[in-house]
Design a protein around this ligand. Sequence first.
Ligand code: FAD
Length: 448
Amino acid sequence: MSSALAALRRDFGGDIIEPNEADYEAASRTVLAAGSPAVVLRPSSVGDVQAAVTVAREAGTTLSVRGGGHGFAGFGTSDGGVVIDLGRLASVEVVDEERHIVRVGGGATWGQVADDLAARGLAISSGDTRSVGVGGLTLTGGIGWKVRKYGLALDNVVRAEVVTADGEVVLATAEENPELFWALRGGGGNFGIVTAFDFVAHPTTDVFFGKISFPAAEAATVLQGWSDQFRTAPEELTSNIVFANPFLGGPEAPVEVLVAFDSDDPERAAQAIDPIRSLGTVLDDDVALTPYADILEEGMIPPPGIQFLARSAFVDADSAPKVLQILAEVGASERSPIIALRSVGGAVSSVPEDATAYAHRAAHLMFLTTTVGPRPVIEAARPALDDIWETLAPHVTGAYANFLTDATEREVAAVYPAETYQRLAAVKQRFDPDNLFAGNLNVRPSIR
Ligand SMILES: Cc1cc2nc3c(=O)[nH]c(=O)nc-3n(C[C@H](O)[C@H](O)[C@H](O)COP(=O)(O)OP(=O)(O)OC[C@H]3O[C@@H](n4cnc5c(N)ncnc54)[C@H](O)[C@@H]3O)c2cc1C
């Protein structure tokens, strides 16, 4: 490794950060995971990424690719491996004014994108948090405040520039390398490093956004009524629910319904949001017209030693009543995880099932359970959590890749149904036959 690094130093325009250097400690960890990599390479150009991939491949150690560093499974760092941190590839450039095509560096964060586009009155369907990376979120989904109107983040990608395992730069579009283009939209970091994404952005106005809270005791009716709204709600309306948050009182915590109505028309916003207000006793309602870039929140950085255990699944409209009944009961118990639900459907469901490698188009809702604490607390919580998920299992499908801490074969199978997996494995065989990019929900190359 040291001779490879010495050679790399000659032409590398980015940062090469080794143990004992001033920046090492910060560079070695991600938002949710600690690590002690042999080196962190922070490329500043596509050529640097090619050189970094070559060094990693030749080193034969674990390769971690880091975008915004928010991955739940902590694949953005390792002990003893090579980290390629894309944080310096963070440009945001409008490359086609007429079609609103925006080229975004593979290491940008959604806050940077939202700020840069705000001045032009544009936005990209993304997530809800500023510090989350464009790379990780987009490659396996992207469920944010514009999801029901404009689809997942990945539905808005029209081109990707990728450095593959052999260090080559390839482009993926509907016409060029179409199978790679299909696989990148859902298949995660399995196929290479995306140095730039081209997205279709959409004109945005200020939006109606805020939180409406209800008493915990009304959770069951609020959840059911909320879900029913989304059978007919306009696509401008996207909403999340969070309850049973132990930091706000656990089973006594208010049911917080966050709403985003993607328009500045007060009458249409009221028409869509008032039915949610009428679901129960409103404790708090701060919905107001807000610039889109301002509704993305600052991500919470947990203190060292605090970990997350997140599991997720999708729910179809017919199963929703049963699932919501179970979740309301779980939330009322002392040891409940934090429960969060997100409305999907809308534009997500309009995309054909086989158009991308995201395999959960028919879902009405997505939800996750999150346990937070030091490792012993997390481990102690696992058996009860397994019981909860066993009760839910007959009524839910799949898993949302972006909200999973574990990345075993169970999760891979939940994210990628067999047909999707096989098609991904064929793309993997072509672009990464030696599985260099294994730090993810791993798709193994197909053996032919
Ligand atoms: C506070 C918080 C809020 C969140 N909110 C949302 C939300 O609203 N909606 C939602 O859908 N998800 C959300 N997520 C989940 C988020 O989408 C995932 O954690 C995602 O993996 C983060 O991407 P990242 O680039 O920041 O993470 P990283 O840990 O850097 O990346 C995760 C993995 O993605 C791959 N990767 C990243 N960038 C690239 C690239 N350019 N090329 C190739 N591979 C790459 C690598 O395999 C990497 O290990 C949230 C997560 C957190 C912690």
